[in-house]
Design a protein around this ligand. Structure first.
Ligand code: MG
Length: 415
């Protein structure tokens, strides 16, 4: 008997104060359903509306096993294609269909992707601090947990927090996150000098520019960072300035990781085929879920480009699990960003603060142990959703401020 889709439902929840969007796809088979992540934290109602008002009627009654065909159907249905709202909506359903596929096969997803090429997934964590002592203390805490790759930052990305304009801005300038690229570059070079002097070179260090520099400054900065032997430099130039990556590549030997804002194959195809970058780090739901991510991973393998999927706090444990399943089966896996999800009472949780609410809502998280993340061996994604618990943490619709980045002359800059 064909497995058909009987319902598509959106569950909105914010166990840690970050809006998460979960999609549940039900089938005509008793007890068989799938869960997926459609999280676009800053436009959650738009994604929910697209799924419930447009994709749900499109999908009900269709073959739940035909993942590739349904992905293309959703992608093409509105004639105009792509973008974060549509791709995240498609991702929620795509991941749920893969979850169903795994449950039908009675296998964890990594088995459907060809089986494990590694026992567990090495991760990187983010260490920052108000001064060098605090940063080094936080690096040491992560190393004590067995973590081998650590991303380092002085304060916020490229600047301070949201607030009034500095005195160097024009009178009457708007509030924002004000960026002083040159001061940030000087502070970051000092930070890496101090870290290497104190901790040595026996740890892999990463840095994220988060697009918060002018491209010409990013090229100079990358050259200055070479002496610290970083594992990679992340998002050195804004998405819109992608042409500069070729000049950056030609002028430095620092490994480049790029692409957490990408949402279409046109954005990564030439960068990979021409070996302009070393690590591709897309956000799985932003590109449309597991189906396009697997294609990207296999494409990148042909060119020796490794994966380093985006793994921040503003995605649900379902998406973290999707990352881990692909990582486990990918020969060209590099490293996985991990936002610190950990079982209760673990050491990592002590450092990251209480994560009890997230674990209450999403039982079955991949497990962090001594520097590595292990998939559980349940069928599909292996992560469940407690809907009653999810309802206790409603999403909020607020104005997003951290993206209101400005340069000191007052103009907006990409966040
Ligand atoms: Mg980043």
């Amino acid at each position: 008997m064909a497995v058909t889709i009987t319902n598509v439902k959106v569950i909105l929840t914010a166990p840690e104060g970050i809006n998460l969007i979960v999609v549940r796809v039900d089938t005509n088979q008793p007890g068989l359903f799938g869960l997926g992540c459609a999280t676009f934290a800053y436009r959650h109602l738009a994604v929910a509306c697209l799924i419930e008002e447009y994709l749900r009627p499109l999908l009900i009654g269709r073959d739940a096993e035909a993942i590739e065909d349904l992905w293309q159907l959703m992608h093409q249905n509105a004639y105009w294609r792509n973008g974060p709202i549509e791709n995240n909506a498609i991702s929620g359903i795509d991941m749920a269909l893969w979850d169903i596929k795994g449950k039908l096969a009675n296998m964890p997803l990594y088995q459907l992707f060809g089986g494990k090429v590694r026992a567990a997934v090495p991760i990187y964590r983010h260490a920052d601090g108000r001064d060098i002592n605090e940063i080094c203390d936080n690096i040491q805490k992560f190393r004590d947990q067995g973590i081998t790759h650590i991303r380092c930052q002085t304060g916020g990305y490229g600047g301070s927090g949201y607030g009034p304009a500095p005195t160097s801005a024009p009178a009457g300038a708007m509030d924002g996150v004000y960026l002083d690229g040159r001061a940030y570059m000087r502070a970051t070079l000092k930070m890496f000098e101090a870290i290497r002097a104190r901790i040595g070179f026996d740890v892999e260090l990463i840095h994220d520019v988060h697009e918060r520099l002018k491209p010409i400054d990013a090229i100079r900065f990358a050259g200055q960072l070479e002496q610290f032997e970083l594992f990679f430099l992340e998002d050195a130039v804004p998405l819109e300035d992608g042409e500069w990556l070729r000049q950056l590549r030609a002028k430095t030997t620092i490994p480049l990781a790029h692409g957490e804002l990408f949402n279409h194959p046109f954005e990564w195809r030439d960068l990979i085929a021409d070996r302009v970058i070393d690590y591709i780090r897309v956000h799985l739901s932003q590109i449309g879920g597991i189906t396009p991510a697997r294609k990207l991973q296999l494409f990148a393998e042909q060119y020796g480009v490794q994966t380093a999927w985006h793994g921040p706090g503003d995605m649900s444990p379902l998406a973290h699990a999707a990352n881990i399943h692909i990582d486990l089966a990918a020969r060209n896996f590099g490293v996985q960003e991990w936002s610190g999800i950990a079982p209760p009472n673990s050491v990592i949780q002590a450092l990251s603060g209480p994560r009890g609410a997230l674990l209450e809502v999403f039982p079955g998280l991949p497990e962090f142990r001594s520097g590595y993340v292990y998939a559980n061996d349940k069928p599909g994604l292996g992560v469940d959703l407690d809907e009653a618990a999810a309802a206790k943490y409603p999403c909020r619709n607020t104005i997003t401020t951290w993206t209101q980045t400005r340069v000191t002359s007052g103009a907006l800059h990409t966040p």
